[in-house]
Design a binder for this molecule. Structure first.
Ligand SMILES: [Zn+2]
Ligand SMILES: [Zn+2]
Length: 335
């Protein structure tokens, strides 16, 4: 077990499977034998364009950051999780010393290293190493696929926390992609009174209903949008944002969860209604809560998985959503 197979994005639209050395866990780290990696829109974006905004590939990059596996070796000074433990991998390494880290906002560390964000390699590989504190044990109730999807669920849990969604909150989710569907489910789990999801694609609106949306709307069609105390913006699309802001109740909170697209906001409306806008970037401290939520059954992750691929099929996994309108989440199983 000295070599492993890794799917490498050599340049946009060209992935090859390479043999590379199995990484050894450093001090404080564990090695994880990867079981499942669910594909994220950001992986597809790097595959297409080699960049996302200011994050630019300057050399080969291993994609994949939504990862589960089994602990396969411990680095120096690590006594757990022990070898054989099934884990969800939180795919970030922070410095631990800067002001943001010291204040507990480790996801905002300026020295953060995040899987599949250039130049840090991701998990389309048989083995990865992570800090032991970022390998979160999962119960048997969670499948390997579900454990991988704890990562996007963590995004939704962090966003719902920023929005302070609780019993009685009226929520509008803009965008019915995987993160939108997870936000919808987390809002439900936190006791939201009414959850509306907006998406221009009829199929996605149908899926949103299956995952618990009370109301679905087409943002471009002038559909009536029920009033919302919280908007979880997962679309990055101007028309959806405009319709969402128009639907806000006074003193509502708008949380930006999407990919950071350049949309404009109507400051006059934000001011007149005392709307709070909050940015979110990934997450911190939420993996245990996300795991508990998924294990309780309050959030359905396996039902979102629509295809499985091996490492040689990484491109098929990346293009699944484009090729198949029914696709929600593709999963790569490297071993
Ligand atoms: Zn992701
Ligand atoms: Zn730091």
């Amino acid at each position: 077990m000295t070599d492993q197979r890794v799917a490498v994005l050599q340049e946009p639209e060209r992935i090859t499977v390479e043999t590379r050395p199995v990484p050894s866990p450093g001090p404080g780290e564990v090695q994880v034998a990867v079981r499942a990696v669910s594909v994220c829109g950001s992986d597809v974006h790097y595959y297409d364009h080699g960049r996302i905004g200011g994050f630019v590939m300057h050399g080969p990059l291993v994609l994949g950051h939504e990862t589960s596996g089994v602990v396969s070796a411990l680095g120096e000074g690590v006594d757990g999780p022990v070898v054989g433990t099934r884990v969800a991998v939180e795919p970030q390494r922070n410095c631990g010393r800067c002001e943001q880290c010291v204040r507990g906002r480790y996801h905002l560390c300026p020295f953060i290293e995040f899987f599949a964000t250039p130049p840090i390699d991701g998990s389309f590989a048989e083995y990865v190493t992570v800090p032991a504190t970022r390998a979160h044990p999962v119960p048997d109730a969670l499948s390997d696929d579900a454990a991988a999807m704890i990562e996007p669920l963590a995004v939704a849990v962090h966003a719902a926390g920023k929005a302070d969604i609780g019993p009685g909150t009226r929520v509008l989710v803009t965008g019915g992609g995987p993160v939108g569907l997870l936000c919808l489910q987390v809002a439900r789990a936190r006791g939201a009174a009414h959850v509306t999801l907006s998406d221009p694609v009829a199929r996605r609106r149908d899926v949103a209903r299956e995952f618990g949306a009370d109301t679905v709307v087409d943002p471009g069609a002038g559909d009536d949008v029920p009033p919302a105390d919280v908007v979880l913006e997962c679309s990055g699309v101007q028309a959806a944002v405009d319709a969402a802001i128009a639907a806000t109740a006074p003193a509502a909170t708008v949380v930006l969860v999407g990919t950071g697209a350049q949309v404009t906001l109507p400051l006059d409306l934000l001011q007149a209604r005392e709307i709070t806008v909050k940015g979110t970037f990934r997450y911190a401290h939420v993996y245990p809560a996300a795991i508990a939520l998924a294990a309780s059954g309050a959030v359905r992750l396996d039902d979102m998985v629509t295809s499985h691929h091996d490492l040689d099929g990484a491109v098929d996994a990346l293009l699944a959503a484009r090729r198949d309108p029914e696709s929600i989440k593709a999963v790569v199983r490297p071993a």
